[in-house]
Design a protein around this ligand. Sequence first.
Ligand code: AMP
Length: 636
Amino acid sequence: MSMPSSSYAEFYRRSIDERDTFWAEQAALIEWNSQPQQICDYSRPPFARWFVGGTTNLCHNAVDRHARDRGAQNALIWVSTETEQERIYSFSELQREVETMAAMLLAQGVGQGDRVLIYMPMIPEAAFAMLACARIGAIHSVVFGGFASVSLASRIDDAAPKLIVSADAGSRSGKVVPYKHLLDEAIQLASHKPSAVLMVDRGLAPFERVAGRDLDYAALRQQHGEARVDCVWLESNTPSYTLYTSGTTGKPKGVQRDTGGYAVALAASMKHIYCGEAGETYFSTSDIGWVVGHSYIIYGPLLAGMATIMYEGLPTRPDAGIWWSLVEKYRVSVMFSAPTAVRVLKKQDPAYLSKYDLSSLKALFLAGEPLDEPTARWIAEALGRPIIDNYWQTETGWPILSVANGVEKKASRFGSPGMAMYGYRVKLLNESTGEELLGANQKGVLAIEGPLPPGCLQTVWGDDARFVNTYWSSIPDKLVYSTFDWGIRDEDGYYFILGRTDDVINVAGHRLGTREIEESIASHPNVAEVAVVGVADQLKGQVAMAFAVLKDASRAATPDGALQQEGEIMKRVDEQLGAVARPARVRFVSVLPKTRSGKLLRRAIQAVCEQRDPGDLTTIEDPSALQQIRDLLAPA
Ligand code: AMP
């Protein structure tokens, strides 16, 4: 494939102006059983259909073609610091395991279009299950292992799986976290009942088997060990998976992804954005329960012929050097993590970062939440490797904003996740008029004009109306996809994300992004992490309240110390953003309420501050975090 120019501007322009030619070229990055007849069908906006008529298979492209061309090379490297195990599968071995798992699913009557729900810890069998579904055209729906029975039940009801794959237990910080009773409870709560549950027994937690329903993975693996199961050729728009995200309502949304578009989008992103080469090793520290786990633990690296590391454990156990020791050991070339993890490491001894040979590492990508400048600077200096922010959503499946160093090397800018990625017609729109903001440094809603590029959600599972009403109807008079994020763009096309449109606060008529205030507070040398929420105030409408975790908490241990620290931080906000942005209070806590994937639970904090019910807290990492805030706010 030859690109007419090496400039990113030209590459981007072609992706928009010569859309079909551009994506036809990208489509050559994967193998097709039959070539697409039409590159993009956008005759029914906002529903886009990519590579219409082409038939392919995700598992063929992620596994079989590499087993054929490079079978002995590492494909899946599993490391568990929880159980002190390490297992490596070559592409040929991975294909064998996937075929065996596919045979088990077929034997249970699972076929094309059937749903398989995967509720698993970070173990290789979870990857086999996902790839086995892709192989036979079943639709997988991975539910994060940290969810408890009520959340799991609602997802079972929405996905209506024929079969569930699960395991006896996960492990966190050396403690066994049993899964099976949660799954049994969830199935009891759900109105839909799966006909079978395939259980992987890790020997961590004894569990009861339900006769006639629960199957033993080890026994079936023996039975189907030699099975050959061919990949089913699927029309490009056949759904490959659904993945639930929480929205503003209690009912989870099943983001539905296609087959061919997703494969092409990921293969292209591996080449142009992540710059991973076949034979190299990719290490993403996410979990298969999240979109990063789908795109950049399982499918993306494997599509590119890379080995992928699947890591079960914490970043700080047995010590804060564990990730970097894996980079050294497996010569990791591309790494992907989240800012929260970096902030956790920031509180540890920096010597761990210089202890290992990181010369194989081309870049560390961070995504999922805003990467504040102090954290970015700290990790860039400590690692001495490029740090690349990238902004996207469960819905899009791959970056909306980043830098495409595989096309043209561009400097990253601290505080910015980068520029619009090829294929995305990113716009900043005036929230109330829908007018496009064309000038630099104007704040607007970050929106994307359709068609969304390949790889993005096709619809909300089972609910086309919800897809249209949630994502495409929030900007007046325009059929445009809203990210629900605020953004600005500088003169050079770099975007800055200023927080969710749904977390906006309005103080005395001034609209403020909580994100801006957080960034300012986080730049205080003694602040490790901070959350800012808007709290109802009789005089000003809302005021900003800040909750901060200090690096040296002893400085706020006494009431006087806390007041002094609070004053210092407010002064900094005054100096950086102006008094209008100064939070009403800055309070100190030892931990912030976050989901297990590291997202701040701003709305729950806000609810507690306003003495409202914080709502669904099934995703909270540490329930005591909200209690600390309650205690702080309680009258003395
Ligand atoms: P999720 O679908 O859970 O990945 O969440 C997507 C949301 O996370 C986006 O809409 C943003 O609000 C936020 N987000 C993700 N990546 C970034 C980033 N690099 N910088 C700022 N915010 C981000």
